[in-house]
Design a protein. Structure first.
Length: 64
């Protein structure tokens, strides 16, 4: 999902991670998505997070 949201282009990486294409690393992308969800929670509430997860993450991956 982080790839679909293109989160990699928003990551601030060190020189080594940039050289190794860290913006495409699945672990970095998963961590970025987790951080985004956490930031939404801190900025609003659990109901908003639930809405975003159900409507934008699970909705696109119906096999989940």
């Amino acid at each position: 999902m982080a790839k679909e949201l293109n989160l990699g282009k928003f990551l601030l990486l060190g020189r080594g991670e940039e050289i190794q294409k860290g913006n495409m690393n699945p672990t970095n992308l998963a961590n970025a998505l987790e951080a985004l969800i956490g930031a939404i929670y801190l900025d609003s509430d659990i109901n908003k997070v639930r809405e975003i997860i159900l409507n934008h993450i699970f909705a696109k991956n119906s096999q989940l």
